[in-house]
Design a protein around this ligand. Structure first.
Ligand code: GAL
Length: 390
C-alpha cells in the first residue's frame, strides 16, 4: 500500500514536472515568436556617427497609424511600420539596425535614394549637345544607380520640418561620378493622413545634365525578414515594358506584356511565372528586374501598382507621376547580410518598385527625356499608400 502510494506520488510529480517543462518550452517558444514578430523602429543612437566629416542620424516620422525612420546616410528609409490585419505594427521595408551596416551593405541599396541617375546607363557613356560624357562603371561594363558612391552612400543634410516631414538635401559637384554640372537635389519625405509615405524630389543644375532619382526600398508586406515574397499579389498598371539585353540595358523597344510573364495588369502572384526559364527576359533578369511602361490616366499622380501581402493582408498602392517603374524581385539577395532583428536577406524575400524614367534614357532619344537644363526645376512625386484589404 505504502509502495503504491509512493508510486502514485512519484508519477504525479513526474507528470507535473514534465508538464511544467512543456509549458516553459511553450512559453519560451511564444516569447521567441513575439520577439521575432515584434517590429520596432531601430535605435536612433545606432545611427549617430561621423561619416565623411558629417553627422549621420535617424529621424522618426509618426502619424496616427504609421511610423517611418529615415537616415540621412543615403537618405534611406530604414523602417516603415504599418498595421496589418490584426492591427500589429509590421515593418514592411528591409533595412539594417545601424548605420555601420549600411556603410558595408555592398550593392544592396536598401531604402536609398539612388542618383544622380538611378538604374543603368550603357557602358557609362552618353552625349549631350554632341559632347560625350563618361561615367563611373560599377556594374560590369555599365553605370548603375549613380556610380561607385552614388547618392546612396553620401551623407545628406537633414531638416525635420515637423512630426511627419523630413527634408534632405545633397549637392553633387560638377564632374562627380562623371556627370556634368553642380547639381542640387532635395528630397522631402512626408507621412500623409491617408497612411502614405510621400516622396517629393526636386533638383536643379548649373550645366545641362541628366537625372533620374528614385527610392530603392525593398518591401515585404508580410514584414521584412518573414520569408518569400513570391505569394504576394502584384498588379502593375502597364500594357508595355522595356525588354533588355543580357546586361540589363533596354533594347530600345517597348513590348506588350500581353501573353507574357510580364502581364501583371490584374493581381497575380509574383512567383506564378517567375521561373519560366523559356522566357529569355526572365533569364537575363534572373527573375523580374525590368522597367514597366506605366499607363497614364492624367498628367499628375496616377496609380502605378497595387500589392497585397498574402499573410498580413497589407495592401500597398503606389502612385507616381513618373513614366516607368522598375520591378525587381530581390534576385541578387542571397542571405549574406544580417538585416534588422537578426534576420537574413534571403533570396527573393523582398521586392522593389522603383518609380523612374526608363533605364539608359540618355542613349534612347525615343524614350521620355531625362535631360535637365540650368534654370529648369526637376520635380517629381511618388506615394506609397498602405491599408488592410477589406
Ligand atoms: C535594382 C537593379 C538590379 C540590382 C538591384 C540592387 O534596381 O535593377 O539589377 O542591381 O537594384 O541589387
Amino acid at each position: 500500500m505504502r509502495n503504491l502510494f509512493s508510486i502514485l506520488i512519484f508519477a504525479s510529480l513526474a507528470f507535473i514536472a514534465c508538464n511544467n517543462a512543456q509549458q516553459n518550452k511553450q512559453q519560451e517558444q511564444n516569447s521567441d515568436t513575439t520577439k521575432s514578430e515584434s517590429m520596432e523602429t531601430p535605435s536612433t543612437k545606432a545611427f549617430q556617427q561621423n561619416i565623411d566629416a558629417k553627422q549621420t542620424n535617424l529621424y522618426v516620422l509618426k502619424n496616427k497609424n504609421i511610423e517611418a525612420a529615415i537616415t540621412n546616410y543615403g537618405a534611406r528609409v530604414v523602417s516603415l511600420l504599418v498595421p496589418d490585419k490584426n492591427g500589429k505594427k509590421t515593418d514592411v521595408v528591409v533595412g539594417f539596425d545601424n548605420v555601420n551596416d549600411y556603410t558595408q551593405g555592398g550593392d544592396t541599396y536598401f531604402g536609398a535614394i539612388v542618383g544622380r541617375y538611378g538604374n543603368r546607363i550603357a557602358k557609362g557613356k552618353f552625349k549631350l549637345d554632341g559632347k560625350g560624357y563618361t561615367l563611373a562603371t560599377n556594374n560590369g561594363a555599365n553605370h548603375l544607380h549613380g556610380g561607385n558612391k552614388g547618392f546612396s552612400r553620401e551623407v545628406w543634410d537633414a531638416q525635420q520640418l515637423n512630426d511627419t516631414t523630413l527634408q534632405l538635401t545633397y549637392v553633387s559637384k560638377d564632374g562627380e561620378e562623371g556627370y556634368p554640372g553642380n547639381f542640387t537635389s532635395k528630397v522631402i519625405y512626408t507621412l500623409t493622413s491617408n497612411e502614405g509615405l510621400k516622396i517629393d524630389y526636386e533638383a536643379t543644375t548649373d550645366k545641362k545634365t541628366v537625372v533620374n532619382l528614385t527610392n530603392h526600398s525593398y518591401f515585404n508586406l508580410n514584414g521584412q525578414g518573414s520569408g518569400t515574397i513570391l505569394n504576394h499579389l502584384m498588379m502593375i498598371n502597364a500594357d508595355k515594358y522595356t525588354p533588355v539585353d543580357s546586361t540589363l540595358i533596354p533594347t530600345g523597344k517597348l513590348e506588350p506584356v500581353k501573353n507574357t510573364p510580364f502581364d501583371f495588369r490584374s493581381p497575380t502572384a509574383i512567383g506564378a511565372r517567375i521561373n519560366d526559364t523559356s522566357n529569355i527576359q526572365l533569364k537575363y533578369g534572373k527573375g523580374y528586374d525590368h522597367n514597366f511602361v506605366l499607363n497614364k490616366t492624367n498628367g499628375g499622380l496616377s496609380k502605378a501598382a497595387e500589392v497585397l501581402g498574402d499573410q498580413s493582408d497589407i495592401l500597398m498602392n503606389v502612385y507616381t507621376d513618373q513614366p516607368g517603374i522598375q520591378f525587381y524581385t530581390g534576385n541578387f539577395m542571397d542571405g549574406s547580410h544580417t538585416i534588422k532583428g537578426g534576420k537574413k536577406d534571403d533570396h527573393r524575400t523582398a521586392f522593389c518598385l522603383e518609380t523612374q524614367h526608363y533605364p539608359d534614357s540618355p542613349n534612347h532619344l525615343q524614350f521620355p527625356s531625362t535631360t535637365l537644363e540650368p534654370g529648369k526645376v526637376y520635380k517629381t512625386t511618388t506615394l506609397y499608400e498602405f491599408s488592410v484589404k477589406k
